[in-house]
Design a protein around this ligand. Structure first.
Ligand SMILES: Cc1cc2nc3c(=O)[nH]c(=O)nc-3n(C[C@H](O)[C@H](O)[C@H](O)COP(=O)(O)OP(=O)(O)OC[C@H]3O[C@@H](n4cnc5c(N)ncnc54)[C@H](O)[C@@H]3O)c2cc1C
Length: 386
């Protein structure tokens, strides 16, 4: 087996690996570095619909499938309008992102695309040695998006965001393409945190998804049952064409993923804890963290220096605690959040860009006996994040 040497190797070309590679390509600091990106997949499909919010022009606006500046939140028979003001809620089809990123990477001279599956990594004094199924590799630093084995330790709080969605086309015009639906709890089993999510593309095309934030997954028929109920009861639709499907499971965990970093190995993406534990969003975090990594490298710091803000890990843990122990309460929790707070403020809070006073004010609007219980438990555990 021959061996190849690099300055940096990125394992995995998903959302985080590709965004990190693109960030390196944008920065001249890396012009004279040799970077490898190793991916086990040989075929890329449209496996994910990535949504995120941001203000102004974004890095990926040229591949946006659709964006909205209005949304709604529905619960308890009430429709709460979400006027996004300076924000837009943007959607990218993963296949468009993969194609865009791969085309950039494949024409760059300082980055090499490698198809291989890494099976072993070993950190030595100066380098990390990687064993792939086809070759071995070495690099001064590795960015690894593989999930650590057994990432679900018993002493962390683990919720799953699990969902199935149908991309549907209808004969009649039943959707308002200007307004997406963040959460609709009117179709729900009312025992768990579960809701309908709708991304309308045109008046007769939309992604309709049924989502749970709950500790256990359900069978496929359950998601489909609720999607069908929504289409029938809410939209009065008897006929529609399903032209694509999406399903997925996103870990929402208080697990301290940062403990898996090693001096020469930075865990990235889901495996680096880049999924916001209380929401499951991570696409925009990957952009932000890639920029932080680049800046750390340029400043001579460890690439994973200060990638997360501890304060928000505490909030996320308490939020997960409430959802885990009182899953039926999720609807009320989110209702209070959207009812009593401005959506721009909510986005800022979820982006971890707020100040403590504003955060306390926001949490007071959502507080309940369950939150106080979670806080007291967290205090009794010595504010441990795990
Ligand atoms: C269906 C779905 C929809 C989602 N929608 C959103 C959304 O709307 N907004 C949002 O912010 N987040 C969303 N997420 C969450 C999150 O953004 C994605 O899960 C995202 O893909 C995570 O990025 P990642 O780089 O950690 O993992 P991935 O994108 O899964 O990338 C990991 C890569 O590593 C490769 N790999 C794994 N093992 C090896 C190995 N041994 N050797 C080489 N390569 C390897 C894999 O093939 C893969 O390409 C969604 C998740 C899912 C599943």
């Amino acid at each position: 087996m021959s061996s190849k040497a690099f300055d940096y190797i990125i394992i995995g070309s998903g959302a985080s690996g590709l965004q990190l590679a693109l960030a390196m390509l944008r920065d001249t600091h890396f012009d004279d570095k040799m970077i490898g990106i190793i991916e086990k997949r040989t075929k890329f499909t449209n496996d994910k619909t990535w949504c995120y919010w941001e203000t102004g022009q974004g890095l990926y606006d040229n591949i946006i499938h659709k964006s909205w500046n209005k949304g709604v939140f529905k619960a308890n028979g009430e429709t709460i309008p979400l006027n996004l003001a300076e924000y837009r809620y943007k959607m990218i089809k993963s296949i468009d992102f993969y194609t865009y990123a791969k085309s950039k990477i494949k024409t760059a001279s300082n980055i090499q695309w490698i198809e291989d599956e890494i099976t072993k990594s070993e950190e030595n004094q100066d380098t990390v040695q990687l064993r792939g199924k086809h070759k071995t590799y070495s690099a001064k630093h590795i960015f690894d998006s593989r999930l650590p084995e057994n990432y679900k330790p018993k002493d962390s709080i683990n919720i799953l965001q699990h969902f199935k969605g149908w991309f549907i086309k209808t004969e009649e015009n039943v959707f308002n393409p200007d307004t997406f639906c963040m959460m609709d709890y009117d179709i729900s089993d009312h025992e768990k945190t579960c809701f309908i999510y709708v991304l309308p593309f045109t008046k007769n095309k939309a992604l309709v998804e049924f989502t749970y934030f709950s500790p256990e997954q359900v069978n496929e028929e359950t998601y489909e049952h609720y999607i069908k109920s929504y289409l029938k009861e809410k939209l009065n639709l008897a006929q529609y064409q399903i032209y694509e499907e999406e399903k997925g499971v996103i870990p929402m965990s208080s697990h301290p993923f940062y403990k898996h970093h090693r001096p020469k190995i930075t865990k990235i993406g889901t495996s680096g804890g880049w999924v916001k534990a209380s929401t499951g969003y991570s696409f925009k975090n990957a952009e932000r963290n890639s920029i932080k990594i680049i800046n750390n490298i340029k400043e001579g710091k460890s690439p994973h220096h200060h990638l997360y803000d501890k304060r928000f890990k505490h909030y996320d843990k308490m939020f997960l605690d409430v959802l885990y122990n009182h899953n039926e309460y999720g609807q009320t929790l989110f209702y209070k959040m959207y009812k009593y707070n401005d959506i721009s403020q909510i986005f800022k809070f979820l982006d971890e860009q707020t100040k403590p006073l504003g955060e306390v004010k926001m949490m007071l609007t959502m507080t309940s006996f369950y939150f106080i219980k979670a806080l007291l438990k967290h205090i009794a555990q010595g504010f441990k994040i795990k």
